[in-house]
Design a protein around this ligand. Structure first.
Ligand SMILES: [Zn+2]
Length: 112
């Protein structure tokens, strides 16, 4: 699925947010065309990373669902770029993000 089709099939209130360049990649693993978002963290993520968030008690929602206005607030205010600046401030410049399979392993290990 192209990201353009993700954006056009999203709930109308989410289209502007998803259309931002910063949100066209998963905030966690950088896979293209993320289809979930976290109303808690204000980031857009892929389905696999959404599952990891759910395992950690922070469920994500599909961008195709209806989102109440209060849940859109974090997405509008944060977005993947601000989240990256906040959560990854200590990551050396140019360091690549792990692929989703490695993200899974790291998260499973950190919760056991
Ligand atoms: Zn991801």
């Amino acid at each position: 699925m192209s990201y353009g089709s993700v954006v056009s099939s999203a709930a109308p209130a989410l289209r502007e947010i998803l259309g931002r360049e910063e949100n066209c990649e998963c905030a966690d693993c950088t896979s293209r065309s993320p289809t979930y978002a976290s109303p808690t963290l204000g980031v857009v993520v892929c389905e696999q990373c959404a599952g990891i968030h759910a395992m950690q008690g922070m469920p994500c929602r599909s961008v195709q669902e209806h989102w109440p206005e209060e849940d859109l607030t974090a997405l509008r205010a944060v977005g993947n770029l601000n989240a990256q600046c906040y959560w990854e401030y200590a990551v050396p410049f140019g360091e690549e993000k792990p692929e989703v399979s490695l993200v899974c392993v790291v998260n499973v290990l950190s919760t056991t």
